[in-house]
Design a protein around this ligand. Structure first.
Ligand SMILES: [Zn+2]
Length: 353
């Protein structure tokens, strides 16, 4: 990797990353709502927006922390009303992901953001699933859904959301395989959701949770021990606890790290000081993801390229991140093995940047 990349070498790096088959494992579908689509849906649904142009909305994306982002995020989601809206949102994400060389996506969605506005949970499922099934049938793009609870709301609210969704489980069995936990972490520790996660585990769902983004390393340990999650979303504060780091590495527990999100929300003040390379080199199963790409300035490819440049990741390390993403996915083992072979053959043929 050159020390001061020219435009040509930056293009070579982007092309290298694009060609690697990758999975995206930490993506909120509501966070892919681009300002242009917000305006289009607002017009279609006759929703008034407090911004007079796409530019003035984009200018409001100068967040100072997780909460200031969440305030705008929930306001943006207010234009999503019909099945077609959720379909169009999801189809637009799939198009972007495919262009970045993503072959499989595990997508979080927050029904509570929508049911609280009077949108039926059936509408949310139908729109998202319709677009994902089209992507699978037309392009071989595979995906699954992780229904996520908003942790600033009560555990009772999470239970009610689960009850409302369960009658749909059979209809969406090809997609809905897991449960997540997201939104404001501080003051909302994993233990708050221990009982609802225990119920989801009994029901056979795969489990993930955000932990150690703004919260401490202890939340990462608690997500593993109290919620029994298989993957940690973010987890960048794990480094505060050396024993936890050793556990993550020895048990190969995946972290779905989102560098541009961390930068935008000031979890780190400069990408060159992000700990993802250090954690990767310490043997932690780090994956790269985009989180809420419309709000954080980049999709998967941008996250790889920006991290590679800021942290001088070698081509072998970039390949390792892609391999980790496939191995940490919830795909069946046979699919993981096939994609790993595809990745190895691309790496063998690709000129390293
Ligand atoms: Zn997230």
């Amino acid at each position: 990797m050159p020390a001061s990349p020219s435009a040509a070498s930056a293009d070579a790096l982007a092309e290298f990353v694009r060609r690697l088959p990758k999975a995206e494992l930490h993506l909120h579908i509501e966070g892919t709502l681009e300002p242009e689509l917000i305006f289009r849906l607002a017009r279609r649904n006759h929703v008034a927006l407090p911004y007079d142009s796409v530019e003035s909305l984009r200018a409001a994306y100068a967040f100072t922390n997780l909460q200031s982002f969440l305030d705008l995020y929930y306001a943006g989601a207010g234009v999503l009303l019909t099945e077609q809206d959720f379909h169009d949102l999801t189809a637009a994400y799939v198009q972007r992901a495919r262009a970045d060389g993503v072959v499989h996506a595990e997508i979080m969605f927050d029904p509570q953001t929508h049911t609280a506005r009077g949108v039926a949970i059936e509408t949310v499922f139908a729109g998202i699933a319709g677009a994902l099934r089209e992507a699978r049938d037309r392009h071989g793009f595979t995906s699954c859904l992780l229904m996520s609870f908003l942790r600033h709301l009560s555990e009772q609210d999470a239970f009610e959301t689960l009850e409302a969704a369960l009658p749909l489980r059979k209809q969406y069995a090809d997609l809905w395989i897991g449960i997540g936990l997201d939104s404001a972490e501080r003051g909302n520790p994993p233990e708050k959701f221990a009982r609802v996660f225990a119920r989801c585990r009994e029901l056979g769902f795969r489990l993930v949770a955000h932990a150690g983004e703004e919260g401490p390393a202890a939340y990462v340990g608690d997500a593993l021990d109290l919620l029994h999650v298989e993957r940690i979303d973010h987890g960048v504060h794990s480094e505060e606890d050396p024993a936890l780091m050793r556990r993550l590495a020895s048990q190969r527990i995946p972290l779905t790290v989102c560098p541009l999100s961390n930068l935008k929300l000031r979890v780190v003040d400069d990408l060159s000081r992000h700990n993802l390379a250090r954690m990767l080199r310490a043997g932690v199963n780090v994956t790269l993801n985009s989180d809420d790409p419309a709000y954080f300035g980049g999709y998967v490819l941008d996250n790889y390229v920006a991290s590679a440049r800021a942290l001088s990741l070698s081509p072998v390390e970039i390949g390792q991140l892609a391999a980790n993403s496939l191995a940490a996915s919830f795909l069946p083992d046979a699919d993981k093995a096939r994609l790993a072979r595809d990745l190895a053959s691309v790496l063998a043929q690709c000129p390293a940047p």
